[in-house]
Design a binder for this molecule. Structure first.
Ligand code: ATP
Length: 348
């Protein structure tokens, strides 16, 4: 699902948006932090006739961090987010917020805000759209002005949302998601269609929501480059299954087998001994060591502890985009050969 600029009326999916009015992040009143909420996905599974969209998917989204939910088109991201938000029933598995499913939350709109698609009444002003939403959700109408200010749309608040640019619509959708001051924000492809200035604004805004205010932020994208500078952690899916979960640092360093680290030292043998003593696999070639399955930080720390001088320490992988491509190549979606569930099972 995408921010598609449509003006369909929706009730359950808070919408977004942008003006070139404000570039400073202002997400929330003051610097108060929200109650931390952990999102846990476990065994989530969903099929549509002969397509298994999500298959036994499990991962955790931590408070105070921005987690990128990445995968190629058709990998199952939207289907997963819909199940997380209680908009679609899973065939199996659960998605919980501090242990409760969306349906079990006492005040779901105060716990979770979502930006799934742009959807506004085109004749309504941005401010009115937010006020209508406040009334429907039982929030004080003053919240409309609070969130307009947060996303830098105060000056455009009285203009018809139908005349907003895509960036402004995305800011308006984000403002809608923030009305309930939720601890969790789920954003589906929020940078879609934004210009570089809008992307920079969004990046600062999202990071502020997580890092300064302790919110749990899950941002989906099919492009790693789009979220690379925004997210702290990544969850990569392919064909509905978990491909990789970890910090950006782990992904960059090619840890857990995605790549190797090159180390140069005037004492290669002593360094190799120190690393091997910790069960780390090392290949020595002159003054160069090639190390698999560990981050540059881990190797640097081990060398420091052993008192070994280093002349070079770097990831040998050829870049994030290449790692991402390698991890997800050919994993757009399952194409089960038959609608027969037994035959589908055989394709797992
Ligand atoms: N309502 C539906 N009916 C049938 N098939 C569906 C439905 N929704 C999703 N699918 C299929 O499930 C698979 C996963 O789709 P999904 O939209 O979740 O992927 P995605 O990762 O969000 O992709 P994109 O980045 O293109 O939005 C795809 O093969 C898609 O065609």
């Amino acid at each position: 699902m995408r921010l598609d600029g449509s003006s369909r009326a929706r009730t359950r999916e808070p919408a977004i948006s942008s003006a070139r009015t404000s570039s400073a992040p202002r997400p929330g009143a003051g610097t108060q932090r929200v109650e931390p909420v952990q999102v846990e996905i476990s065994g989530l599974t969903k099929s549509f006739r002969n397509v298994r969209a999500v298959a036994d998917l499990g991962f955790t989204v931590e408070p105070g961090t921005v987690t990128g939910f990445l995968g190629p088109n058709g990998a199952g991201k939207t289907t997963t987010l819909r199940m997380v938000l209680g908009l679609m029933q899973p065939d199996a598995g659960t998605a919980t917020f501090n242990g409760r499913t969306y349906a079990e939350l006492a005040e779901p709109l105060r716990t979770v805000g979502a930006v799934l698609e742009t959807a506004f009444h085109p004749a309504r002003s941005g401010r009115n759209h937010l006020r209508v939403y406040c009334r429907a959700a039982g929030f004080p109408v003053e919240r409309a002005d609070d969130v307009l200010a947060q996303v830098g749309l105060t000056d455009a608040g009285n203009r018809r949302a139908g005349g907003y640019s895509l960036g402004m619509r995305q800011r308006l959708a984000l403002a809608t998601a923030l009305l309930g001051d939720p601890a969790v924000l789920v954003l589906d492809e929020p940078a879609n269609g934004l210009d570089p200035e809008g992307i920079q604004w969004l990046r600062g805004f999202i990071r502020h929501l997580a890092h300064e205010q302790g919110r749990t932020v899950l941002v989906s994208s099919h492009l790693l480059s789009e979220v690379e500078q925004t997210v702290d952690r990544v969850v990569i899916v392919g064909a509905g299954q978990l491909v990789r979960e970890g910090s950006m640092e782990q992904l960059r360093s090619g840890a857990d087998g995605a790549g190797t680290v090159l180390v140069r030292s005037p004492e290669p043998v002593r360094l190799a001994d120190a690393l091997q003593a910790d069960g780390i696999q090392v290949a020595v070639d002159g003054d160069a060591l090639t190390v698999s399955g560990r981050t540059t930080a881990e190797i640097g720390a081990r060398a420091f502890a052993a008192g070994v001088e280093l002349h070079e320490l770097r990831s040998k992988t050829s870049g994030l985009e290449e790692i991402y491509f390698q991890l997800t190549a050919g994993r757009g979606q399952f194409a089960a050969p038959s609608a027969d569930p037994v035959a589908q099972e055989a394709t797992r």
